[in-house]
Design a protein around this ligand. Sequence first.
Ligand code: NDP
Length: 475
Amino acid sequence: MAAHQEKKLAEDRKHQNMQNDTKTSQGQWGRAWEVDWFSLASILFLLMFAPLIVYYFIMSCAQYQCSLTDPLLDLVTGNKHLSDIWNRTPMLTYRAAAIYSLWVTFQVFLYVSIPDFCHKFLPGYVGGVQEGAVTPAGVVNKYEINGLQAWIITHVLWFANASCFHFFSPTIIFDNWIPLLWCANILGYAVSTFAMIKGYFFPTNAKDCKITGNFFYDYMMGIEFNPRIGKWFDFKLFFNGRPGIVAWTLINLSFAAKQQELYGEVTSSMILVNVLQGIYVLDFFWNEAWYLKTIDICHDHFGWYLGWGDCVWLPYLYTLQGLYLVYHPVQLHTAYAVGVLMLGLLGYYVFRMTNHQKDLFRRTNGNCRIWGKKPEYIECSYMSVDGTKYYSKLMTSGFWGWARHFNYTGDLMGSLAYCLACGFEHMLPYFYIIYMTILLTHRCIRDEHRCSSKYGKDWKCYTAVVPYRLLPGIF
Ligand code: NDP
């Protein structure tokens, strides 16, 4: 009887939390309803310059040995004209179009056609059909979590080809890198444009759409919250994970193969980059179900920012270190390599443990142990749009007592390690840490703005107890 009552109470609590999330999030989730001039200016800047930035980085490797300043100097001094650089840039080829089409089709096939089997034999792995967070319209989407399986199948086939079948060279990605860039752009623009048209004319869930009326803003930040085709093809989960993150490790492997072909060896720096980024990618797929609860899925709409970003920005700029090392094969001193490895592993540990602590704390409603003790927290309340009061908790112990976004700090430590693995000769490999610092600092501010309007004075109490964002005592 007592057990029955407890179960009912737990169910009531779960139901109340769901309602709670739904109602309050109406005002707080996602992107803005109205566009201020600063957001519009930033968006126009990104729409115009982000594709050029990607092109500039890749071109400077192909034509200027990864120097970021030489192309500019050549142009400024009149040594070269834009047309000279453009004329030396490989164009779209049938071969690249065929490789890219096959690649995307294969990933779509793995995503929609093979239900997850990994969760049946991997202890602790959460896969198969999982529920996402409640959307503002009160929908709980179901997702087929099979990214780990797709990653394993793709990589097993890659290694089988490299070692036995030899249907294609493992350098295939490097060898077609710029023609593939045009293909990735075509897909990125096509999917973003399709998502916009779909949002206007046949949205998956009209109540989960936001339209500001400003074309550029809506195109960039997206209209639909969770666009889908059919029951299972979810744009956000597919595009972020599959053409983007499954490709990440394959691209690095192709760069390593190119080093082997050019220099007869794979350098320690290339191995380090492959290993550290490989851990990060595997972690993403191992925790794909957890990813359903992150800001990307819970708050962002699907527009150019995610569509083009996942197809082009992520695979091309997150892999700059490997590309750089093809042109500059850096051999690291053992002690230095071990230092970079330690930094990368420590960063990964902090990143994972911080995320894990919050996940455990929230899942158990604080009834857990963090570093061997009961967690400390601040009780906070917030009001839904209909004026009902609800309660939540913000943890102030463990890594969450050190800083308010210590998970980002871990991420940044890992990112720095990838860059340090490339030595100090050029700026280009350091783009990643600069970009991640801007991205995650902006994310801190965005998230805190939302939390502050959600929790009001309780958020102030929390920030008084945990005063720093990323680095205790500094920021
Ligand atoms: P978080 O996982 O940090 O989630 C933020 C939310 O957690 C807040 O909105 C709040 O939600 C809740 N929260 C905040 N403080 C506390 C606390 N003290 N106790 C309990 N709950 C709290 O944010 P993200 O989704 O941005 O990040 C997830 C991970 O993904 C990070 O590790 C990040 O580094 C990584 N990432 C990597 C990127 C890459 O390109 N490599 C890009 C973006 C993220 P609520 O309203 O529920 O209270």
